[in-house]
Every structure is written in structure tokens, then in C-alpha cells.
Write a protein that binds this ligand. Sequence first.
Ligand code: ADP
Length: 307
Amino acid sequence: MIQVTGLTKRYGNKRGVEDITFHVDKGEIVGLLGPNGAGKSTIMKMLTGCHMMTSGRIVINGCDMLEDPDQALRHVGFMPELPPLYLEMEVEEGVPKGERKAHVEGLLGLTGVGDVRGRPIGNLSKGYRQRVGLAQALVGDPKILILDEPTAGLDPRQITEVRDLLKHLSRDHTIIVSSHILAEIGQTCDRVVIISNGRLVAEDTMENLSRGQEEGNLFRLKAACNREELSAALGDIPSIEKIEGCGTDCGAGGDRRWFEITAPDTDEVRQAVSAALARHQIPLLELNSGRLSLEQVFLRLTDARTG
Ligand code: ADP
């Protein structure tokens, strides 16, 4: 549905984005994620014909953006990060005249702005303005939606509402949605494209991303003992390569500690560890896998390549 190849944008001498390649299949929601200044808006503006690319290629629905921009953009709805709303207009007027009344009613209901339809847009909260921007992007029923930071500045309840709306829209739309906060959008997406410092650093499903970064030879445990006692207790387990203390649980009187065990993170090793601790009468308080959280994966991917 959307194919982006070698997309590059320079602002004068300054790099916007460089050599970005990804695709979006029909019906997918793809998240464009990265810290502020990574290049997400730059990509979205080129995808929607608002910015000229410096080089590269964008094909939407079989149409090359440079050869036939009108045709390529025919089915694309765009919500920029700051939707261009006329603040003195009332919500209902924000939708272009000539649109069918039933269509407009549908959009007001879908985006949840029906109850403020008569209010000037300038008087609305940020959450409602975002929704009016979304309603605007949906005018004409475009099959492809490109939404730049639709959750920015919203409170947690509004973020959940936007997520639900995206899920609803994804039934019959192809969607690219950006965010600088993985947790806000990630779980809603079929796949994510992670951008850092103008470059694509990862493109995968959320599940694969976290699996790919798994530290499979490490796990952590919290036990009421010191390092020497733990080493003595686990000394008989040959697959353990290293035991390291990683901080005291201060709130627990100093005798309950976290340790990092370097060994295959398998059920067998975990069983051997908990059995050994029980034999030595050392209370085992917690046992965690070394698996990184998705947030840690995101930070690692974007930190390593910035600056
Ligand atoms: P994001 O949307 O991920 O926050 P942007 O696409 O806005 O990132 O910005 C990417 C880079 O391009 C940043 O370094 C930014 O300063 C630069 N940039 C964006 N727009 C312009 C512009 N109109 N002129 C010059 N530099 C720009």
C-alpha cells in the first residue's frame, strides 16, 4: 500500500532524515517511533506531499509521489502534529462545506466531538482539538491515514480513547501513526518503525523487538543473604558463570539484595537455583528474567545512535 525507499530530506546543510526504507501493507497500523527531533514529522510531511523529498521514492497505492502526486494522495488523510484549525470557527464548521451531512454526522460521532459541535474551536481543550483535527483528516473517507503525534499532550484517559479510536479505524484503514513515547502507541500497532537521529534503526513487530533484545544468558534474583552466602549456596550449579551483586534493597534493612546471575535463563537453571537456596535456607524473594522491557529496548535503540 505504501512503499518508501531510500527517502532522504535535507534542510539546507542540515539532515532531516536519511535513507529511510520501509513499507506498510494494506490494513496495517504502523507506528513511527523515535525521540523528538528524530525525523518523524519530516517523513510524514513527505508522505503527504507537504514537503519535497531531497531524494528517494514514495509509492502509495501503486502511484509514484513524484510522477503523479494528486493520484498518490487521493486516498490519504493527514493529521499534522498541530492541526491547522481555525480557532474562531465552530467545530461543525471545521468540516468543509459540501460534505454530505450523514458523513459529517458520522465523523463527529466517531471522533467524539458531537457534544461540542457548536463551540468555537479556540475554546476547546487540547484533547478535543486533537479530535477535531482527526475528524478533519477523515473527511472524504480516505483509506490511508497519516497521524502525527495524535496522543501528544493528552491525559491518560484521552490517550486510551485515541488508541481505541485507532483500533476501530484500523478495521478499514491503513494507518501510520507517530509518537515519541513507545508506550502510548506501540501496543496498538502491528509493526513499528523506529527512527533515531534521522535514520531508521529498527523495523519489526513489538514482540520481535523485545525478543531480539532478550538477554538470554542472564537473570536476576533477590534473596535475603550476602554475595558470599549466595555464591556458596549456588556453587554446585556448573552452568552458572558469574554472580554479581546489583544493589541493596534499601527499604528492607540491607540484608535483601538483588543479584545478577550469568547463566542460561532456562527453567532447569531456575529450578536448580531455587532448590539450592531452599537447601541452604536462604529465602528467595524474587526471580526475574533478564528480558528487557520494551521501553528499555526503545531507549537502547534510540540512545545508541544519537548524539
Ligand atoms: P520529529 O518529528 O521526530 O520530532 P522532525 O522531523 O520535526 O522530528 O525533525 C527532524 C530534524 O529536522 C530535526 O533536527 C529538526 O530540527 C529538523 N527540521 C525539521 N523541520 C525543519 C525545517 N523546516 N527547517 C530546518 N530543519 C528542520
